[in-house]
Every structure is written in C-alpha cells, then in structure tokens.
Design a protein. Structure first.
Length: 71
C-alpha cells in the first residue's frame, strides 16, 4: 500500500476512512475476497567473492537463490 498525501483535510479523512479494514468498508471487502491471486517472489543473491568485491574493486560474482514464492 502506498502513502496518500493531500492538502485537503476532508479528502484525507474520506480516503483514510475507506482504507481501514472495518466490516462494511471497501477495504474490508477487498481483504475478505481479493479479486486477484497475489504472489510474492523473493530472490536472494549470495556474493561468492566478498573480499575481492569489497577490497579490490572487482565485480561481484553472484549466486542466485530462489525464487521463493509466497501466496
């Protein structure tokens, strides 16, 4: 979720009221029955030459771990 900023106080009030996950709000409806399946893919990279990369200015040699997929 992003951050919503505006200079109109009543608009902030309306937006924040709808973003709350209370029974009967639009946010609650989408939380209860999401319209799409959300997948989160996490990639982790292992630097295999840390000394050469940190001290000698070499390009990092990366070993990819993942993706780890979460629903």
């Amino acid at each position: 979720m992003g951050i919503v900023l505006s200079s109109i106080p009543w608009l902030d009030y309306i937006i924040l009221k709808q973003l709350r996950i209370w029974n009967g709000t639009l946010g609650f409806h989408y939380w209860q029955k999401p319209g799409v399946i959300r997948l989160t893919k996490l990639y982790i990279f292992n630097v295999t030459n840390p000394d050469g990369f940190l001290n000698n200015g070499e390009k990092p040699k990366l070993n990819e771990l993942g993706p780890f997929v979460y629903r």
